[in-house]
Design a protein around this ligand. Sequence first.
Ligand SMILES: C[S@@+](CC[C@H](N)C(=O)[O-])C[C@H]1O[C@@H](n2cnc3c(N)ncnc32)[C@H](O)[C@@H]1O
Length: 388
Amino acid sequence: MKTPLALPEATPKEQENSAKLLAKLRQEYPQGILSFAEFMANALYTAELGYYSGRKDIFGESGDFVTAPELTDIFSKTLANPIAEVLSHLDQASVAEFGGGSGTMAADILLTLEKHEQIPQNYFIIEISAILRKRQAETIGERAPHLLERVVWVEELPKNFIGVVVGNEILDALPVFRLLKDEELLELVVSIETDTPQWKTRPVMEGELNNFIQEHYQELVPQLPKGYHFEVCLSLKNWMRALARQMKQGVVLLVDYGYPRQELFRPDRHMGTLACHYRHRTHDDALWLPGQQDITAHVDFTLVAELAVENDLDVLGFAHQAGFLLGAGIEQYIAQDTIDPAELNEISNAKKLLMPSDMGESFKVIALGKEFEEGLSAFTHFDQRMRL
Ligand SMILES: C[S@@+](CC[C@H](N)C(=O)[O-])C[C@H]1O[C@@H](n2cnc3c(N)ncnc32)[C@H](O)[C@@H]1O
C-alpha cells in the first residue's frame, strides 16, 4: 500500500498486520463493500489487529499523538476540581471514565481527589481495548498503588450509577458514517476488493442511518452545497442511550474536539473532518494502512446535546477547553513563580491546553446532568450553551 506523501514509511510489521486485517475484513464482508463506520470500527478495535487493540505504543512522544492528560498532569488535576465538587453533593458516589487510554488520567484524578478528601467509592473504567485495560492497571499500580483497589474495569456503566462520568477524546473515536451531498445524498463506503481500500458511493438506503439523518440533519442537508462531505455519528445514539439508562444521579463531563453544528458545517470543511494520526503527523487519508493509524472525526456538540436531551439528561454547561479549565481553577497550577526548568516545561505544556491556537479553542467541554440541581462552578463565568 502506498504511503501518502510526507508520512514516514510504515514498518514491515505494520504493513503485515494491516494486510492481515484487510484479509480478515474480506472474509467478513465477502461482497467487498462495507460502510465507513464498519471500516472505522474494525480499523480501530479489531482484537489484536485494530489500532487501539494491537501491540503498538500509541500515546505520547514515541507514539502517534499526545492527548491533554498525556501532555501534562495539570489537565487531570484541574478536571478533578469539578469532579470533587459534584462528589461533595452526592452520597456513595463513584467516578467512571470512558476510554481510559494509558491510565494516566485515572491516576492523576484519583490522586487529586485524595487530596480533596473526596476519594470515590469506585473508579470504574469502561475500555474497549484489552491491551489498554492492562496498560491502565500498570499505570495506576505504579502511580497510585494504594488506590488501585478502587479501580474496577467494567463492560458498561454500572446500573444505577451515582457520581461523575468523564471521557477525554472518546467521542471522536466513535465510528462515523461518511456522506456526500451530490444531486442526492450519497453514502461514501469502502471497497476492499483490492489491496488498497477505495472510496465508493451508494445512495443512502432506507434504515437506521437514513432515519437518523432525517431526525437530526433534515434542515441542514438542503443548505449544503453540492460536493460537501460530512460525517454522521450514528453510534453516539446508542452510546448516549446506554449512558442515560444506567445513570441514576450525577454529572457527565466530556472533552473533545469539535463544534456546535452551525460552526462545524462551515464551507471550508467541505471535505469533512476525518483526521488520522500517525507518528505525530495528521492527514485525512482514512483508508491508509488500516489498523495502524488513528482515525477520528470532529464531534458535533449540538448532536451530543440533542441526544442527551432525548434521553432525559440536562445540558449543564458548554465551553471551550480554555474557558472550562480557567473556570475549574487551572491557574492554581500555573500561576507559580518558578525558575526550575522542569516546572517551566510543565507550565508551558499547561499553556498549550489554554492557547486558542493550540487546544484551548478547538477542544470543548460539555457537561450533562441527571437529577443534579446544584450547578457546576466551572461554568459560572464561561458558558456557551446558547451556541449549541
Ligand atoms: C483517543 S483515545 C483517548 C484516551 C484517553 N482518554 C486520553 O485522553 O489519553 C480513545 C480511547 O477510547 C477508547 N474507546 C473507544 N471507543 C470506546 C467505547 N465505545 N467504550 C469505551 N472505550 C472506548 C479507546 O480504546 C481509547 O482508550
